[in-house]
Design a protein around this ligand. Structure first.
Ligand SMILES: NC(=O)c1ccc[n+]([C@@H]2O[C@H](COP(=O)([O-])OP(=O)(O)OC[C@H]3O[C@@H](n4cnc5c(N)ncnc54)[C@H](O)[C@@H]3O)[C@@H](O)[C@H]2O)c1
Length: 260
């Protein structure tokens, strides 16, 4: 088999860390030109340097997914540098792990605007470029919460919402050969659930550095371990590639059975 993404140009949000970084590495290794898009400039540039050292093609673009004008600039940069844009991976998300009572309106807005509005704005910006290219593939980031909501209002609404957005996108652009699918990971070992970031604060109670919390997540996974970022990247790779040429509007769970 040749390189599975030869000729593709992929814009990957959240590409500086965790699952987005794993996609950037894997996609570049499989022949894609990669646009690492993130609010973390240092981390994003480091990823691009790593890809270049390994012989791949990549550029960094500063992108806050909540800003429509930044999306226009990012898509223009991808097309301007590599000639087209054919793959969009909407990874960026946010979470505040508090109860319904404790969740503030501000927290709700950050979760919704990053994980859901960000993917909507990205789709709006990328579709015209994909049309010009004769087709494309959009892969959105779901969660266990896309299926089993839990009690966190913003996260539940954002992750069920992105499943709706995925299906609406798939149906709207199917005739134009633009596909859209959702990947729903289980518990993935990334900074999102380990460290404390502004977009995803963790305390000792919620971090997987806490052995008790780690054990609880493993026990909630029938396959008995956490998911590694590269295992999610392989699902994104498949859906981005022509191997998935007739697959649109699906929710691919990659969770070790956590939603069964
Ligand atoms: N880690 C898990 O267990 C898990 C499970 C299911 C779904 N998810 C989803 O995965 C995504 C997070 O990915 P990760 O787990 O690899 O986390 P991560 O923290 O390693 O990476 C998230 C990246 O997104 C970037 N980012 C945050 N806000 C942004 C914004 N406004 N614009 C652009 N970039 C932004 C961060 O800078 C970071 O580089 C979220 O959508 C989250 O809901 C995570």
């Amino acid at each position: 088999m040749g390189k599975r993404l030869e000729g593709k140009v992929a814009l990957i949000t959240g590409g500086a860390s965790g699952m987005g970084a794993a996609q950037a590495r894997l996609f570049a290794a499989k022949g894609a030109a990669v646009c690492v898009a993130d609010i973390n400039d240092a981390g994003g540039q480091q990823m691009v340097d790593e890809i270049a050292e390994a012989g791949g093609r990549a550029l960094f673009v500063h992108l806050d997914v909540r800003e429509a004008d930044q999306w226009q600039a990012a898509v223009a940069r991808a097309e301007g540098t590599y000639g087209s844009l054919t793959v969009l991976c909407n990874n960026a998300g946010a979470n505040f792990r508090v109860s319904f009572d404790e969740q503030t309106e501000e927290q709700w807005h950050v979760i919704m605007e990053t994980g859901l509005t960000g993917a909507f704005l990205g789709t709006k910006a990328a579709v015209p470029a994909m049309r010009r290219a004769g087709g494309g593939s959009i892969v959105n980031m779901g969660s266990i919460a896309s299926t089993r909501c839990g009690t966190n209002p913003g996260y539940a609404a954002s992750k069920v919402g992105i499943w709706g957005l995925t299906k609406a996108t798939a149906l709207s652009y199917a005739r134009e050969n633009i596909r859209c699918n959702l990947v729903s990971p289980g518990n993935v070992d990334t900074p999102f659930i380990r460290q404390s970031n502004t977009y995803s604060p963790n305390t000792w109670e919620t971090s997987i550095d806490n052995p008790e919390n780690y054990r609880r997540r493993v026990e909630g996974t029938p396959m008995g371990r956490l998911v590694q970022p590269v295992e999610i990247a392989y699902a994104f790779l498949f859906l981005a590639s022509d191997e998935a040429s007739i697959i649109t509007g699906t929710n691919l769970k990659v969770d070790g059975g956590a939603t069964l």
